[in-house]
Design a protein around this ligand. Structure first.
Ligand SMILES: Cc1cc2nc3c(=O)[nH]c(=O)nc-3n(C[C@H](O)[C@H](O)[C@H](O)COP(=O)(O)OP(=O)(O)OC[C@H]3O[C@@H](n4cnc5c(N)ncnc54)[C@H](O)[C@@H]3O)c2cc1C
Length: 451
C-alpha cells in the first residue's frame, strides 16, 4: 500500500497527466482480457515522457512496483498488478509523431491504437502489416511488448519484424534511446529487439520507430470447405509445395463451425469437417491467377472467392467464432499453442481424439499457416471444469512433445509463467533473469511476469 507521504509526492509528479487512487477509478485497470484481476494501489496516467521519468525514478527509490499497461486486451494477465503496485497506463501517449513517407518509417507513441495507425497509413498508400485480431482496440506499445502476431504474419511477419528502434524509460528514470530510420542496422547489440515480447519487464516504451511497406494494390479472399480433415491438411501442405504463400491462411475446424452455425447461416449445403480461409494481397491480375490455382490444388467440396468490399462477408465466419463459442458451453480454457508447421495434422488429430474421449467441445481455429492454432476447451463450470483442465495439461505437454511452444503470440504473463521451465532450461532462464537485472536491478517493473 502507499503511504500518505508517497501519495502526496506522486500527485506532485503529474501536471499534464494525473494519478488516481480511489477504488471505482482504479479497479478497471486491475484486469485484462485473460479474466485475471488484482487491485492496484494507484493508476498513473502520464501525458509526457518527463512524467514517466519522474514516476520511475520515485518508484525505484521507494521500491514501488510499476505495471505498464496499454489497452488491457492481453490474454495472459501480463498487465494485472498481482502483488500490488502502480498501474502505468500509456493510453495518454497516443500521438503519431511522424510519418516519413520517403523513408517508409512511422514514429509513434505507445498508446496509438494499431487499427487507427493502419487506417491513417493506408490513406497515404502505406501498409503496416501486423494485424492482431484486437487491432481495433489494442495499442502499438502493447503489441511491441507482446510481439503480437495476427493473420498476416504468415507472409509479412509479426510486430517485432517492423520495430526499427524505440525509446524506453528504465526503472530509476534513465532513458534508453535507440532511434532508427534505417530498415537495416547492425551497430551494437539490438536492444530494441530485446524489448519486443518482454511483456513490460525491462522498461516502459515511450516511442517506437516502425517500418512500413507500400500498400498492396488489390486483395482477394477465398473460403474452402473440406469434407475430411486429412483432405484439409493435405491441401494446406500442397499450397506451399506449389510455391503459393497467402498473406493470411486460417483454419476453422468442425467444432468452431458448429458454434458459428448457431449465430450465422453457413453458406454450404453439405456438411464440412473444416475450412481454410485465406487472403491474397498484390496485383489484381496476379491475384485472379493465383486464386484459380488454389481452387485447382484444393479440389474442395465448397469454394468461394470475394474481392474488395465483399471479402468481409467471407471473414464473418472467423469473426463470429469467439462470441459463438459460448453457445456450446458457458466457459472456456483458451490457448495459443503453436506447433511446427509440419506437425499441424498431428496436432489437429490429437484435438479431435481428446474431444471425443472427454466429450467436451474443443474448438481449433486460427493461424494454421504459422502452426498457431487457437484452442478453446469449452466446459460447464463446476461439472466439467476438472476434465477441461485435464485436457488442457495434456495438450500443453503434447504441444511441447511435438516441438511446439507454450505461446505463439499471447505471451506467458502470469497465466502460463509457471510452465516456463517445461520449455526453457534452468541455465537459459537464469541468463534471462540476469538480463532483467541489468535493466531493473530492484525488480520493480512488472514483477512476477513472463520469465
Ligand atoms: C479479441 C482479441 C483478439 C486478439 N487477437 C490477437 C491476435 O490475433 N494476435 C495477438 O498476438 N494477440 C491477440 N490478442 C491479445 C492482445 O490483444 C495482444 O497481446 C496485444 O498486443 C495487447 O495489447 P494491449 O495494448 O491491450 O496491451 P496490454 O494487454 O495492456 O499489455 C500487454 C503487455 O504489454 C505491456 N505493455 C503495454 N504497453 C507497454 C509499454 N508502452 N511499455 C512496456 N510494456 C508495455 C504490459 O505490461 C503487458 O505485459 C487478442 C486479444 C483479444 C481480446
Amino acid at each position: 500500500m502507499l503511504s500518505k507521504r508517497q501519495k502526496k509526492h506522486l500527485k506532485s509528479l503529474f501536471s499534464k497527466g494525473e494519478i488516481l487512487f480511489t477504488a471505482p477509478q482504479i479497479l478497471p485497470y486491475g484486469e485484462d482480457s485473460s479474466g485475471l484481476k488484482a487491485e492496484p494501489w494507484a493508476v498513473a496516467l502520464p501525458r509526457s515522457k518527463e512524467e514517466i521519468v519522474a514516476l520511475l525514478s520515485f518508484a525505484q527509490e521507494e521500491r514501488i512496483p510499476i505495471i505498464p499497461r496499454g489497452r488491457g486486451t492481453g490474454r495472459a494477465g501480463a498487465c494485472v498488478p498481482v502483488g500490488g503496485g502502480i498501474v502505468l497506463s500509456l493510453l495518454g501517449l497516443n500521438r503519431i509523431i511522424e510519418i516519413r513517407e520517403k523513408d517508409f518509417v512511422v514514429v509513434v507513441e505507445p498508446g496509438v491504437i494499431t487499427g487507427e495507425l493502419q487506417r491513417k497509413l493506408s490513406q497515404r498508400k502505406l501498409f503496416y502489416p501486423p494485424d492482431p485480431a484486437s487491432a481495433d482496440f489494442s495499442t502499438i506499445g502493447g503489441n511491441v511488448a507482446t510481439n503480437a502476431g495476427g493473420m498476416q504474419a504468415l507472409k509479412y511477419g509479426v510486430t517485432g519484424d517492423y520495430v526499427l528502434g524505440l525509446e524506453a524509460v528504465l526503472p530509476g528514470g534513465k532513458v534508453l534511446s535507440l532511434p532508427s530510420f534505417c530498415h537495416k542496422n547492425v551497430v551494437g547489440l539490438n536492444l530494441s529487439k530485446l524489448f519486443v515480447g518482454s511483456e513490460g519487464t525491462l522498461g516502459v516504451v515511450n516511442k517506437i520507430f516502425l517500418k512500413v511497406l507500400p500498400l498492396p494494390r488489390a486483395s482477394l479472399s477465398f473460403l474452402a470447405g473440406f469434407s475430411s480433415l486429412s483432405q484439409l491438411t493435405r491441401s494446406f501442405s500442397l499450397l506451399f509445395q506449389e510455391g503459393i504463400l497467402p498473406a493470411a491462411l486460417e483454419i476453422i475446424d468442425k467444432s468452431s463451425l458448429e458454434a458459428v452455425s448457431k449465430v450465422y447461416t453457413l453458406p454450404w449445403q453439405k456438411e464440412v469437417e473444416g475450412v481454410l480461409l485465406g487472403k491474397l494481397l498484390g496485383e489484381e491480375e496476379a491475384l485472379g491467377k493465383e486464386a484459380r490455382l488454389i481452387k485447382d490444388i484444393f479440389q474442395a467440396d465448397y469454394f468461394a472467392l470475394a474481392r474488395g468490399q465483399e471479402e468481409a462477408e467471407l471473414w464473418k465466419i472467423r469473426k463470429n467464432i469467439s462470441p459463438a463459442a459460448f453457445r456450446l458451453r458457458p466457459k472456456k480454457l483458451s490457448e495459443d499453442f503453436t506447433v511446427p508447421r509440419g506437425k499441424i495434422g498431428e496436432f489437429l488429430s490429437l484435438l479431435r481424439e481428446q474431444e471425443q474421449k472427454y466429450s467436451l467441445p474443443i474448438l481449433a481455429f486460427g493461424h494454421v499457416g504459422d502452426g498457431n492454432i487457437h484452442t478453446n476447451i469449452m466446459y460447464e463450470p463446476g461439472k466439467e471444469e476438472g476434465k477441461a483442465r485435464e485436457v488442457y495439461y495434456l495438450l500443453l505437454e503434447k504441444t511441447l512433445e511435438l516441438g511446439g511452444t507454450l505461446s505463439g503470440e499471447h505471451g506467458l504473463g502470469i497465466s502460463k509463467r509457471k510452465f516456463i521451465s517445461k520449455q526453457i532450461d534452468a541455465e537459459t532462464l537464469r541468463i534471462m533473469q540476469e538480463v532483467k537485472k541489468v535493466f531493473d536491478p530492484f525488480n520493480i517493473l512488472n514483477p512476477g511476469k513472463a520469465f
